[in-house]
Design a protein around this ligand. Structure first.
Ligand code: ADP
Ligand code: MG
Length: 713
């Protein structure tokens, strides 16, 4: 899916065969065609899909006195003197000073001595450029120069800025696109669509008319025209909305189509609950919460149903998802099949593996488990693969490596992925491809906003655990500033003296010249000096060797370490119930949801736990954000608030995970549109799942191409 949504909508093999060549446009020869190819644009259709990265907006000129460093602005200024050309660092610099009613501004250009003939004393121009500070005064570097009338024409317009390559500048790309856009006219379009597969597909509006009408979406041609050359901001927004809708709708349709194909899919693996796992359940040190019990029931029903399970288990941090996964895996293995559990980090994989082994041992179960992670040597891996392939092991726990490499299973009947948001839709498919058609259980603590969940998990059944185990006390939170640091250390020490353990989280591993943030390497010796000798302190971060990390984590779990100074490697899943306090340095640097995940490392037992957020910045916005965390331990509430505050910010790294990197749409900014697109797609599929109706023909074709392109659904 990641590949399908890269910039530019099309470039599968099919299109290379067909497409109107760029050389058919005026002014484009073979040489320029080659340059366009560097940008991934091979046909006129692809050119039309080569959307601007951004726009220059020519705002009305502003008074010089109001200019600020860093902004890009236009000023209307009169030259005080003729331009001067001075040598500077071996280059020629042209400078002038201009004034308006409010003040004076210096402008400069490098290597443009010819400007001297234009920039004469007493003349007025509009200068457009970015403001920098140079020796205490503001200057505009390399501004563009416009005659007043010329600028008036541009003002209020948006000028597209395209991704460029050496030898192919923005102006040339604009000219080419302008020609291509004229082909979108009715007659041209017919001609071109016959010749250009990509364009033809673009013009084949796959969103049914009724939806377009209901949602007030622009016709596709108009949208394409306006995205390149919007006359007004409103036009741009409308165009963007339409094209974003298309992406979201197609994405939803693709997932629904997959759902249709996999749903009611008979399973080779009928897994009944096993007496051993039921006995184990009775002997756990705790009783399942109602939510856990209900979810387990749903999972077990799915597994025994004779159909392939595709279920999401959602529950806030600490709600106790792991034990349910283990029970399902045990049922599977005891039924004679294999089960695999995939975790997002080696640390977590190791932890799950250790717990699973302990469970097997405690209950004398005749099953074998292996751990498989990317950090293992080739030889070790080979041996593990062998044991998986010949069926000597029934339970496999690991990281991505588990599925990315050629792991052959004997009878893989169940795949569990923990902390799903770390993987994304793409991996979901990869791993389901491993066996015949295994049951899939996805576990997520990510409190993703409902709209987003709607899309991401459109093809899954959902079980939700809404409560935490009853023995839990709500975590007590505090947001503090630097001057209270010593007090916080004393608090940590107090907890350590009472036999508890603590985390201290830093945003960085080591010192960094450009940003000054707390880092593990510098904090370690500092904290060793701060705390009394008997406090056992260790560091942990992602750049340590796998064994090293495991050693530290295991020691922390065994309580051979009191204070763990760590980066966010412990963010997900890590479970050390005796740890009751966490201090997060530079808390202002993290997203709310991420802080919530981090905080989830404490409060995992009946012990009162604490989380201290150190706000080094203490700005109005950081205070506001952190106060949300301090006031609530509810992940869903926090996610919604985060969304509200940060808008299109990046919450959980979901956007970095690939599959949600749409060209146009932004899953945060456009979440309403997203909900609409998902709803529309769902409705459409409920009426015509096979897309047989004539009005759904364009969608059927487009979807087939999309699936072929992305190759991942
Ligand atoms: P998460 O849902 O965040 O993955 P875990 O499965 O790691 O949470 O569970 C957190 C802790 O709570 C573990 O130590 C687990 O043993 C414990 N736990 C799970 N279920 C219960 C329960 N019903 N009552 C008490 N403790 C529980
Ligand atoms: Mg977990």
């Amino acid at each position: 899916m990641g590949r399908a949504v890269r910039k530019g909508c099309c470039s599968s093999r099919a299109e290379e065969r067909r497409g109107m060549r760029l050389t058919e446009l005026r002014g484009i020869g073979e040489k320029t065609e080659k340059l366009f190819q560097k940008l991934g644009v091979k046909t006129v259709g692809e050119l039309l899909c080569y959307f601007p990265n951004t726009y220059l907006s020519y705002e009305k000129p502003v008074p010089i006195a109001t200019l600020e460093e860093g902004e890009t602005a236009a000023v209307l200024g009169i030259l005080e003197r003729d331009a001067a050309v001075l040598p500077r660092n071996g280059r020629k610099m042209t400078t002038v000073t201009v004034r308006d009613d409010s003040g004076r501004l210096q402008l400069c250009w490098f290597n443009a001595p010819f400007l001297r003939s234009v920039l004469r004393a007493g003349t007025a121009f509009v200068f457009y450029g970015k403001l920098r500070r140079y020796r205490s005064s503001l200057t505009m570097n390399q501004p563009r120069i416009f005659r007043q009338e010329e600028y008036a024409e541009k003002a209020g317009r948006l000028e597209p800025v395209y991704g460029q390559t050496k030898g192919l500048g923005n102006g040339a790309i604009q000219r080419a696109v302008r020609q291509a856009v004229t082909l979108l006219g009715e007659e041209g379009a017919v001609r071109v669509s016959q010749e250009d597969f990509c364009l033809g597909r673009l013009l084949l509006d796959f969103v049914p008319e009724s939806i377009r009408y209901n949602r007030r979406l622009l016709p596709i041609r108009e949208a394409v025209r306006s995205i390149h050359f919007p006359d007004t901001m409103k036009q741009y927004q409308e165009a963007r909305r339409r094209l974003s809708y298309d992406e979201l709708f197609l994405f939803s349709a693709a997932l629904l189509d997959r759902k249709r194909r996999t749903e009611d899919c008979p399973s080779d693996y009928r897994i009944e609950r096993q007496p051993e796992s039921c006995a184990l359940l009775k002997h756990l040190p705790f009783r399942l919460t109602d939510g856990q019990a209900a979810a387990l029931e749903e999972i077990r029903t799915d597994l025994a149903s004779g159909y392939v399970m595709n279920r999401l288990l959602q529950g806030d941090v600490g709600s106790g998802k792991t034990i349910l996964a283990f029970l399902a895996m045990l049922d599977t293995a005891l039924s004679g099949f294999q089960a695999a559990l995939m975790a997002p980090t080696e640390l977590l994989a190791r932890q799950h593996y250790d717990k699973l082994c302990a469970l097997l041992l405690q209950h004398g179960l005749p099953l074998r488990a292996v751990l498989l992670t990317g950090g293992m040597s080739a030889g070790e891996k080979r041996e593990v693969y062998q044991r998986i392939a010949d069926g000597t092991v029934q339970l496999v726990v690991g990281t991505h490596a588990l599925f990315q490499e050629r792991t052959e299973y004997r009878q893989l009947a169940l795949v569990v992925t923990d902390e799903q948001h770390r993987f994304g839709v793409l991996q979901r498919r990869e791993l389901t491809e491993k066996g015949g058609r295994p049951h899939v259980l996805v576990m997520s603590a990510t409190p993703i906003p409902r709209t987003l969940a709607l899309l991401l998990y459109i093809d899954m059944q959902v079980s939700r655990i809404t409560e935490l185990p009853k023995n839990r006390l709500p975590i007590r939170n505090a947001v503090i500033q630097d001057q209270e640091r010593q007090k916080a250390y004393r608090f940590l020490y107090g907890e350590i003296q009472r036999g508890r353990q603590a985390y201290l989280i830093c945003p960085m591993i080591e010192k960094n010249d450009t940003i000054e943030l707390r880092n593990v390497e510098e904090e370690l010796p500092r904290l060793r000096a701060v705390f009394p000798k008997e406090v056992r302190i260790a560091g942990l971060h992602g750049r340590m060797k796998a064994e090293e990390k495991e050693r530290v984590m295991a020691a922390f779990l065994r309580h051979e370490i009191d204070l763990l100074v760590s980066t966010t490697v412990v963010e997900v899943g890590v479970d050390v119930p005796n740890a009751t306090v966490m201090l997060i340095e530079n808390a202002e640097r993290f997203g709310l949801a991420q802080l919530h995940q981090l905080r989830g490392r404490v409060g995992r037992s009946e012990l009162q736990s604490y989380c201290i957020f150190l706000d080094e910045k203490n700005s109005k916005s950081s205070r506001e954000r952190l106060s949300i965390l301090a006031a609530s331990n509810d992940g869903f509430h926090i996610a919604e608030e985060d969304l509200r505050l940060r808008g299109p910010g990046d919450l959980f790294g979901i956007r970095q995970s690939g599959e949600l990197l749409f060209t146009m749409a932004d899953v945060y900014q456009d979440r309403e549109l997203l909900a609409q697109a998902a709803e529309d797609a769902r409705y459409l599929f409920s009426k015509d799942a096979e897309l047989r109706l004539p009005e759904h023909e364009p969608l059927r074709l487009r979807l087939a191409a999309y699936l072929e392109e992305s190759g991942t659904l």
